[in-house]
Write a protein that binds this ligand. Structure first.
Ligand SMILES: [Zn+2]
Length: 99
């Protein structure tokens, strides 16, 4: 019996979240068996639940699609904060103007 690890990419059509699900596919006498965490599951379909918004309107990409489009994964992560201090272009008022 042969086993193969497959990462199937999905994109949510409601919130545009992109994620991957890992499956193990066993090829036996009775054909393919898809497993997730050693539990047999049906082969992936676009009816996957979105981990972010919980809806069932995902689109399934071909395997390996995200390896060619890493920007899709990066775009879904929140941008890190910028450590550059903000400097106001407005000059400080001279002290003698304060009351
Ligand atoms: Zn979603």
């Amino acid at each position: 019996m042969r086993e193969e690890l497959r990462k199937v990419p999905f994109e949510c059509r409601a919130c545009w979240h992109v994620w991957e699900e890992e499956y193990t596919v066993r090829f036996g006498d009775r054909g393919e068996v898809w497993l997730r965490g050693n539990v047999p599951v049906p082969p992936p379909t676009p009816a996957e639940k979105c981990p972010r918004c919980g809806c069932y309107q995902a689109v399934q990409f071909p395997e390996g699609y995200l390896a060619h489009h890493p920007e899709l994964i990066r775009a879904t992560r929140p941008a890190g904060s910028d450590a550059t201090p903000l400097i106001s272009p407005v000059r400080k008022r001279p002290r003698w103007l304060e009351t």
